[in-house]
Design a protein around this ligand. Structure first.
Ligand SMILES: Cc1cc2nc3c(=O)[nH]c(=O)nc-3n(C[C@H](O)[C@H](O)[C@H](O)COP(=O)(O)OP(=O)(O)OC[C@H]3O[C@@H](n4cnc5c(N)ncnc54)[C@H](O)[C@@H]3O)c2cc1C
Length: 499
């Protein structure tokens, strides 16, 4: 058994873990990252099918404009130059189609243009549209990651994202038009909480981000991982891959390190960036009070998805997907509900590989996603990566339905050739989210995820939406974990000086 000593162990090399490690290393800490998988990156891995690289967990992001949070953070970490970004179309980055509306509705990353577009399509609802947009914009001004003149600590400690108004009540007061309700609640797709369970504050976090900018990344999420890993290596941070942590060591009430099958590391601090549900399983039973242990075990996931990875024919380049994402929305507040009756489920189509350049293999890839629940596939579940009879046929059926639904955007979409399909079981087993949630832990009105500080001294949580969803949320969570160790405002000052 090999044993080593370090200041901080970060468990997991997804974007949150890499961010925590990089910020701590900048502050002079000795850090070691331990990762269960063969390669770093967590959900930001790419995989290849028939020569086409596909992103699993990254399609587009907000926060990457000049002075915005993610760009400032990456600037501060010295990696911004190694992560080339491309803006999605300023003439509509998301195109929404609704069963009863015969024209596509464009989402703009400009409050003024978005307001003009929605008022032109829903002229009777213009007052409500303006009220909704003003509410989101006003709320964003109180959020430090959108308004870096603010300190971070009062925002985090003040529970600003909890106990807020139901999203459906806020949108419902602005409009009773089901098509417009669907468009205004569409950002819920990006944090995986059904609109009827969503709160206004988390909605404002995500919606304001995209109403202010939407970017792709050349090389996808893997580019972010490569840039951070190169910088971490330069700073002397050790990254141990193929090293699942099987237990946390305690010294009295304080965490004292981690161990794997034939190795251990002694450390004053441990940051766990896997799904919080699994943390109690790594600790001795007496380390956590039953109430806290149960809270972590029972945290509800975001929605899951069925996902199809396909190839477009060279003769049919589907130009709509060049710099925009397509959404077939369900009217009203049913955006994340599975198909019901005659209604198709919401369908999203995206082609993030096109940011690599038109002549690259990645540019031929198309990804389709449809909201799903683990219950739809639980009858095929035989444990980790093991499926019962009928699973392949079920996936084939879902895939065919999704491809048929895609034709709402044009007959050309029928030419997509499927190469791989994933279900909630795939996400459960690959991401470690107990119900296959694609965005980790759910931030909804009835659930406030656990804070970065755990009930064990020296042990922190940062992964799978512990703080906020998406790569921006995971990066902020990484920052908060580092901040809890070296001082929140110290780390926040480092970043805002770069914005
Ligand atoms: C289909 C899909 C689409 C998405 N699209 C977008 C998008 O377009 N834009 C966006 O911003 N976000 C998107 N996301 C979300 C985004 O990918 C995630 O929020 C983010 O990558 C999560 O990073 P993380 O570090 O919190 O967790 P993870 O990436 O899950 O990292 C956790 C790491 O911890 C490791 N680990 C866990 N337990 C242990 C252990 N015991 N020992 C050692 N290592 C361990 C895991 O192997 C993993 O590498 C998407 C996600 C999915 C699934």
């Amino acid at each position: 058994m090999t044993a080593t000593k370090t200041d901080t162990v970060v468990i997991g090399s997804g974007i949150s873990g890499l961010t925590t490690a990089a910020l701590l290393a900048r502050c002079g800490h000795e850090v070691t990252i331990v990762e269960a998988k063969r390669k770093p990156g967590g959900a930001l891995r790419r995989f290849n099918r028939e020569g086409i690289p596909f992103d699993v967990g990254f399609h587009y992001s907000s926060g990457l404009g000049q002075g915005q949070f993610l760009r400032a953070l990456w600037d501060c970490l010295g990696v911004v130059g190694a992560i080339p970004t491309t803006p999605l179309s300023p003439d509509g980055y998301d195109l929404f189609s609704l069963p009863n509306t015969n024209r596509q509705i464009k989402a703009y990353y400009s409050y003024d243009r978005l307001s003009t577009e929605l008022c032109a399509i829903f002229p009777d609802e213009c007052g409500g549209i303006k009220e909704y947009l003003a509410t989101i914009r006003e709320m964003s001004r109180a959020m430090p990651f959108y308004n870096p003149t603010l300190p971070l600590t009062p925002f985090l400690r003040g529970g600003a994202l909890a106990n807020d108004r139901p999203l459906t009540e806020v949108i419902g007061a602005c409009t009773s038009n089901p098509d417009l309700q669907a468009v205004l609640s569409a950002p819920t797709f990006l944090y995986g909480v059904p609109p009827k369970q969503a709160g206004l504050a988390m909605h404002a976090v995500v919606a304001h981000g995209y109403y202010s900018g939407a970017w792709g990344i050349v090389g996808g999420g893997a580019t972010i991982v490569e840039a951070l890993v190169a910088e971490l290596t330069r700073m002397g941070v050790k990254i141990m891959t193929s090293s699942p942590v099987t237990a946390l060591k305690m010294a009295g009430d304080q965490v004292a390190g981690v161990s794997g099958v034939d190795w251990q590391l002694t450390a004053k601090n441990v940051v766990y960036s896997g799904h919080p549900h699994h943390l109690p399983g790594l600790l001795p039973a007496e380390a956590l009070r039953p109430a806290y242990r149960n809270r972590l075990r029972e945290l509800e996931d975001t929605v899951s998805m069925h996902i199809v990875f396909g190839e477009v024919a060279a003769t049919s380049p589907l130009p709509l997907l060049d710099r925009a994402n397509l959404y077939q929305l369900r009217p009203g507040f049913e955006l994340l509900a599975p198909p019901g009756g005659a209604e198709s489920a919401t369908l999203m189509i995206t082609a993030p590989g096109r940011h690599d350049g038109p002549a690259t293999p990645a540019a031929r890839g198309v990804i389709l996603m449809r909201p799903a629940h683990l219950g739809e596939v639980s009858r095929f579940d035989r444990g980790y990566k093991s499926r019962g009879p009928g699973y392949a046929e079920f996936k084939e059926q879902v895939m065919q339905q999704m491809l048929a639904d895609a034709a709402v955007f044009g007959e050309d979409f029928r030419t997509i050739r499927p190469l791989a399909v994933g279900s909630p079981l795939t996400f459960r087993d690959r991401l470690g989210s107990p119900a296959g949630g694609v965005y980790g832990v759910q931030h909804s009105r009835h659930q406030r995820p656990a804070e970065a500080r755990t009930k064990v001294a020296g042990l922190y949580l940062s992964g799978q939406s512990a703080m906020m969803p998406g790569i921006m949320g995971a990066s902020l969570a990484g920052l908060v974990s580092a901040g809890e160790i070296v001082g929140l405002e110290k780390v926040w000052d480092m970043v805002r000086e770069c914005s």
